[in-house]
Structures are given as structure tokens and as C-alpha cells.
Design a protein around this ligand. Sequence first.
Ligand code: BES
Ligand code: ZN
Ligand code: ZN
Length: 508
Amino acid sequence: MDLTLLDRSPLSTSTPLLAIPVPEGDAPLSGWAAEADERLGGALSAARAAGDFRGKEEDGALFYLGGGEAPERILFLGMGKVGDLTPETLRKVAGRAVRRAEGLRLTGVTLALPHLEAESGSPDAAASLEAVAEGLILAAWDFRELRSEPKADDPPPPLVTSGVLALPEGFPLKAAEVQDALRYGIAAAEGANLARTLQMRPGNVATPTHLAGVALQLADQYHFESRILGPREMAKEGMGALLSVAAGSDEEPRFIVLEHRGGKEGEAPLVLVGKGLTFDTGGVSIKPAAGMEEMKFDMSGGAAVLGAMKAVGMLGVKGNVIGVVPSSENTISGKATKPGDVIRTREGKTVEVINTDAEGRLILADALSYAKDHFEPAAMVDCATLTGAVVVGLGNQAIGLMGTDDALVEELRAAGEHSGERCWPLPLWKEYRKQLDSPVADMKNVGGRAAGTITAGIFLKEFTGEVPWAHLDIAGTAYGDTRAPYHRNGGFGLPTRLLLAWIRSRTR
Ligand code: BES
Ligand code: ZN
Ligand code: ZN
């Protein structure tokens, strides 16, 4: 979507659809809502008086205006109580505006940002502007590249390709601050949209080699340093864990490294690590057939890291940020790793592979070990669709968060709140470590039924040394049926925007 800012009243601008958010309650209408109501001869006031439009989050009312330099349609969107307003509410409002435009088969939408009085609790102006920009661009994304030409009599709705934002009068930001907020919202959403596109591509398209190709394109576009390791370089690095996962597949694994050097020379970087498992059959410990197609999403963490790197590049972040994506398939053949096999990780620790379906932690182990030794990070954050257990524990609403550094964990929790990609902490107490004890090797790759998400975290911790590190388990949150109006069914691009919010909190 092409997003622009309007420098005059949206009520005297021609647009196919003008969306105006309206707060819940009986307070007199103000701002664009009041003006629009007047232009419509009190239509909104009448709808409010009749109780048909109360300003609740699900409320919407559409009116038509005839001709001239004016919107063709005005859509009032309830936004709930002003006191409950968060950036996420505004992101959703923007998403609803796009969905309505789509339903009307329009390709453009104008959204009037509500005037947010400095009432206690309402989000600040920059965060609001970022949120609506994100909401519009996220909502406009779709994945159509694998469909054949639509039939002439049944075309899908066109994409909403043009978005316009109108600021309220007296908007409390300077022009440069407005531009910064817009730039941030656009970068965050485009990064997330790249992640979504990669998530949607099936295992036969988004192979490890494909992800490496996308990474190289990003490197080209944003002047990142890049490094792609193939199986031979992995063997030289001693990455026995990653190679043991790739062993059963005819697709070659790739180890992807992108470096954005926007900070001072010698400044310790922030390192993002994402699980790039392009299809997880479970290996010899094979998964049941039903729903296995969803395991194309097992590269969601890697996709989010690439998405976050895109956003970092677009913004020219003033800090050193490195993205690392270990990428492999987990499939079966005569060469596949078998339950009971013992492998040697890059770190030198040996692992008894009890269950070949617990492969994510294996490829991440080598990636964390590599990042720790090669980059001496200021902090390292990994994200991975790692355990089914996190779905049991936190459902689809929260990312599982754990780490070795309380300050880092709190930073990520706050970034999750800000971005709407919320995460919730779990403990990594040393007492859990004994669940990984193996009779033959330094550790097993699974810790039994109890605390499955935590024991996966405990496993990863073994490969992080002294580096402040945190882990995001996104198995319950990265994809699914749409959870917000700016989503579609499929991949959500999460936690791209969380990671970007965290990077900003560290670099500005
Ligand atoms: N990719 C899966 C985790 C997963 C499960 C992602 C559900 C998305 C939805 C991971 O590789 C896996 O299979 N984990 C096992 C670990 C177990 C064998 C200890 C799991 O969670 O069942
Ligand atoms: Zn698995
Ligand atoms: Zn997996």
C-alpha cells in the first residue's frame, strides 16, 4: 500500500471512502466526526440517538455524500471508550477501514486520526500515528502469488493500494516527528508483511535456499554485510546439531547471517536469531498426518528475523543489528537422524536425540553458539515455533517469553505491549535442568511432558554462555485464523514488530 498524509480537511477531499473513528459514550461529537455529522445533516447523531451506533469497537455506520470535492462515502467506526484506548485499538480501527473498503471493492481509503485529548491513559500522538500506519499497511497485504488468473465473472476483491491519513487539527507533533512516526509505522508493517509472505510460501517454494536468496536480496537493497553457510561450511564450523536435522532431507540447509552496521565501530551488536525450519515432518518421530501442512509455518521465527532486518534497513537504525537464521527441513530418509542417536553440537556439548521432532532447539543451539562466539552480542533474542506446549500454556494470545537477563525480559515484554505482539514470562530455574539429563550424553533434546516450553528454553540456555539472552516461543501465535482485523488467515508476521520495537528501545 502506498501511504500518504493529507494536508487539508478530509471532508473537502475527494476519496472513495473516508473512515472516521468515533469514541463510545454520550459525549458530544468533536473534530472530524462532528463536522462529518453536520455535513450529513445529523445522520450520525440520529444513529447515536437511536442506539444503533454506540461507538463500541464492533460498531460501524456507512453513509453516502453526493458529488463534488468530498468523500463519496463516510464510514464511522466505533473505537470503544477513550479511557481504554491503546495503539492496538487504533491498529484494529485502521484494519477495519481497509476491510470495509475491500468489501466495497474500493482500492483507496482515507482514515482520519481521532483527536486524542491529553486524557489520562490515551496513547501518545507518535504511537497513535505509528499504529494507524501499521494497521492500514498490514491490512492491505494479501498473498495471491500462487493463484492462477481469476475467472472474469468472479474476481477476488481488488487490493486496497492507496491509503491516506488525515491528522486532526492541533495534532501535537512537529512535522519532522510526524514523518518519523510514519516512517516507523511503514517500516514495521512492511517488515511484517515480508515475513507473512515468506510464511505463506509452502515448503516446496520457501526452501532454505530460497530464504537465503531473500536474505541476499535484502543485503543488496539495504547494504547489509551477508554470509550464507552451506553444509560444507557448517561442517567446518562444527554445526553437528544443525546438520543432524538436515541429514534426512534432499534440500540443502543454509545458515543465514545479515549484519546491519549502523552503530559505532566496535559497539556490541543486538543479535536476532530465528528458527527457519522450512518444513517439519517430525523426522523419524513423525507427526500425525492431520494438520501437518501447517508445519510449513515452522520457519516463522526466521521469517520474522528477515522482516525485522528489512525494517532495520528501511529505517537506517543507528545501531549494530545482526540477523541469524539457521534454516533446514526436517524430513525422513535412510540418512535421517534416529531416536537415540547422539550428536555433537558446535558448542561441543553432546545431545542424545530422544525425539527427532524436537529439532528446532537443535538448529537454534548451533545458531546461538555461533552468534555468541562470532559477534559477542550486547544481547541476543531468538524466536521460534518451538513447542506445542506453549499453546497449552498460553493459548494463541501470548508469546512465551524466557531469558537469562531480567532487564532484557522486561524490555521485550514492554516491546510486546507496545507492538500488540504480547509476550508473557516463564521461569528458567536451574531445577528444570535435570529433566534433560541423559544416561549417555551431556543432555537429551527433550525433557518429558512437564513444562515442555520451559525445558526447551533450558536446553537453549546451554548454548548462550554469558550473553544476555531471551527466547520467544511463537508456536501458538505466529499463524492461524485471523485474530485482528489487520490480519488474514495464515501467517501474522509476528514477532517482527515486537523485535523492531525492542531494537528501537535499545538504539534511540
Ligand atoms: N515445530 C514444532 C512445534 C510446533 C508445534 C509449532 C505446534 C507449531 C505448532 C516443534 O519442532 C516440535 O515438534 N516440538 C515438539 C517437541 C516435543 C517432541 C518435545 C512438540 O512440541 O510436540
Ligand atoms: Zn518438530
Ligand atoms: Zn519444528
